[in-house]
Design a protein around this ligand. Structure first.
Ligand code: MSP
Length: 685
């Protein structure tokens, strides 16, 4: 029978826009789904939005709209986010949908009929942000919630209680018999000691607000938002053709909500009659993405620490690319640990590992195919192999197995580290065998063997990367002359065997697959993502290309032009500046007098721009060359210049004395200008 794999993310609260922390869990879930599909399993990935509760009701009131209108809007933002990050859930559930509302009421009745619900009065300290009660000893000084650092409220209300206390022993038995139920182990230990400390019955209805699912047969109460929300994982498949996916193998959560998932949730399910084999297999708790040392969040004040830049995943993906962001999220942070999120860090990783290791491998080998093998992958016959190839194959085979094992244990950071190691191994082999020297021999056999091996490893690496960088992997495969990764049930496509790239395959060399960041491009990217005091990103690792090696087209795919900081989307509160700060920027109308290309700097142009200054025209180096195939078009153009920017040295005597304003997308770039002519030097404000 086909193995199946059901993975869930928490359903996200719709009280704020999605941020990089939400994206993190969803990217992990998406990558896991792709990995399992590639291995021939039937996989299903569920995400959605959590739309009930007092917190949402209050936000809607603040926004002056009905709760339904409010949740419709924010839920759409989540739903529309995922494709922009290459995240493809199979289902997106909203807790306001009838299928869920009816499902929750059905399971409520089951729990009630099991005798596990009773009515009483509850008085406690409630954190609206958590939608949960706190004990006094948990609070921070000043009666603040330890998670949200906001005051808790005293609530006294008539409520339905769930007999959680009854499940203390069954839960402890579950953790003991199935240690995999809560992972990693540190989290399990915390949960076990929490449950050992004794469980109070849990208040599971509210009567002081109405935005929730009505308690069946008791219309004055709505169901507690966590009872409501947790059942989403079941209501999404229950009674449908997808019911065969139940139970989930992996339920991803961050540590703030592990208790709800590892204690309440299995207790609710046990009460509703689910035996062990129908309980979720593993609640997998990951750490927090931190920004400036704090949990990334939309909450003003939490992101507004000095430098970190935007936490809006769409803006980041627009500028840096979705696959590059996905790679960073999974590679940078040890899964289960907290990890500092940083935009310069994304660029550093992408440059060193994707660009200079994986992309480099492809682009240094392909030119040999065109030049010496008529554009076809050369043959590598067994009798022509040396120990170098035999050792290489053994090492790659070991890495492929280890990478798979790392995925299987959710050690994605390790899986990616080893994947990159495979590409590094091939780069070293390339350096050692020096194909540019082999090409000098009349007999091309040895050269063919080396190039065939390098290209096969590019294939292996592309396939292993594809759960994380699906689009980029397909581009790599395309250039190798191969089809995109296309999972098929019961077919394990993990690159366990050597030789997926057959001899004589016609390669399709193209643009560099991964961007190469020159200093100007990088500076513009950082600026457009609101990174102000960024530390320098890690600089290029030493080139592995020999000087004699014919470089592949080293020009990077343009990402955005350096002269073109994309205007930040207006919504980051932390990004506002005082007028006085704005007034410090000296913007001037300029007129382009000359424009010329710069040898070997195919993205830069050297402009001479008149700002009406007595000292004469200024030299401005702008990263806009790719947008102006006919550079003469620029001559005479009116532009907007940041005139008081410190000069920037591009090396080799190229110093820029200003910056042009422009708007750009990955497809196009336009310089800022005015419909009417103004004298050079006119102030722009
Ligand atoms: N609605 C509840 C979950 C109900 S599930 C039945 C909730 N929503 S939430 O919007 O606050 O999302 C929490 C989840 O978002 C975390 O568990 C985690 O998966 C993800 N993250 C939010 N911020 C994050 C970080 N800064 N770092 C890592 N994950 C983050 O809780």
């Amino acid at each position: 029978m086909t193995q199946r794999f059901y993975v869930t993310t928490p359903i996200y609260y719709v009280n704020g826009s999605p941020h990089i922390g939400h994206a993190y869990t969803s990217v992990v879930a998406d990558a896991l789904t792709r990995y399992h599909r590639m291995r021939g399993e039937r996989a299903r990935f569920l995400t959605g939005t959590d739309e009930h509760g007092q917190k949402i009701e209050r936000e809607a009131v603040k926004a002056g709209v009905t709760p339904q209108a409010f949740v419709d809007d924010v839920s759409t933002r989540f739903r529309e986010l995922w494709p922009k990050l290459g995240v493809q859930p199979d289902d997106f559930i909203r807790t306001t949908e009838p299928r869920h509302v009816e499902g929750v009421q059905k399971w409520w009745r089951k729990v009630r009929d099991a005798g596990d619900l009773y009515k009483g009065t509850y008085k406690g300290l409630y954190c609206v942000a958590c939608e949960g009660y706190k004990t006094e000893k948990e609070l921070l000084p000043g009666a603040l919630c330890p998670i949200h650092e906001r005051p808790v409220e005293t609530l006294e209300e008539e409520t339905w209680f769930f007999r959680l206390s009854k499940y203390q022993e069954p839960l402890l038995k579950l953790y003991a018999e199935h240690p995999e139920f809560v992972l990693p182990e540190t989290r399990r230990n915390e949960i076990v000691s929490f449950v050992q400390g004794g469980l109070d019955d849990l208040s599971v209805s509210r009567s002081n607000f109405t935005w929730g699912i009505p308690v069946p047969d008791d219309p004055g109460h709505v169901i507690y938002v966590w009872f409501d929300a947790l059942f989403n994982y079941l209501t999404a498949v229950d009674g449908t053709a997808e019911a065969e996916f139940w139970p989930p193998q992996i339920q991803l959560v961050a540590k703030d909500i592990v208790r709800f998932h590892a204690v309440y949730w299995p207790a609710f399910l046990m009460s509703a009659g689910f035996p062990r084999e129908k309980l979720p297999t593993t609640v997998w708790t990951h750490g927090y993405l931190l920004s400036g040392g704090r949990k990334t969040s939309k909450t003003p004040g939490l992101t507004a620490v000095k430098t970190p830049g935007t936490t809006d995943p769409v803006r980041i993906a627009d500028v840096l690319g979705a696959d590059v962001l996905r790679f960073y999220l999974l590679r940078e942070v040890g899964f289960g640990q907290d990890g500092e999120f940083s935009i310069p860090g994304i660029i550093g990783r992408a440059r060193a590992e994707l660009g200079e290791t994986v992309g480099n491998l492809l682009h240094r080998a392909l030119p040999f195919v065109g030049k010496y093998f008529e554009g076809k992958v050369p043959a590598a016959r067994d009798e022509d192999l040396t120990d170098a190839e035999r050792n290489l194959r053994t090492r790659i085979a070991a890495l492929v197995t280890e990478v798979g094992a790392a995925w299987d244990t959710l050690a994605m950071h390790r899986a990616l580290e080893l994947t990159i190691e495979a590409a590094r191994t091939a780069n070293r082999y390339f350096d050692e065998t020096a194909p540019w020297k082999l090409a000098k021999s009349e007999d091309r056999t040895r050269l063919g063997v080396v190039i065939a091996h390098v290209l096969e490893i590019v294939r292996v690496v592309a396939v292993m990367l594809s759960p994380v960088t699906p689009a980029k992997s397909d581009e790599l495969l395309h250039q190798l002359g191969l089809d995109p990764v296309a999972p098929r049930e019961d077919v394990d496509q993990w690159p366990l065997s050597w030789g997926g790239l057959a001899a004589h395959t016609v390669v399709r060399p193209g643009q560099p697959v991964f961007p190469k960041y020159d200093p100007a491009t990088e500076a513009a990217m950082l600026l457009s993502l609101d990174v102000r005091d960024a530390e320098a990103t890690p600089k290029s690792t030493p080139k592995t290309m020999s000087t004699e090696e014919k470089p592949a087209e080293t020009a990077a795919a343009p990402v955005i032009a350096p002269a073109a900081p994309v205007a930040p989307a207006a919504e980051e509160a932390s990004a506002t500046i005082a007028y006085d700060d704005f007034a410090k920027v000296d913007l001037r109308v300029g007129k382009v007098l000359t424009a010329e290309r710069i040898p070997r700097k195919d993205k830069l142009l050297k402009l001479s721009v008149d700002l009406g200054e007595a000292s004469g025209p200024r030299t401005i180096i702008a990263g806009i060359a790719l947008a102006f195939p006919v550079v003469e078009e620029l001559v005479g153009q009116q532009v907007v210049v940041v005139a008081n920017l410190a000069p920037r040295d591009f090396g080799k005597g190229l110093v820029s004395h200003g910056m042009l304003l422009a708007a750009s997308s990955p497809e196009s770039l336009s310089l800022a200008t005015f419909p009417k002519a103004y004298a050079a030097g006119t102030r722009v404000k």
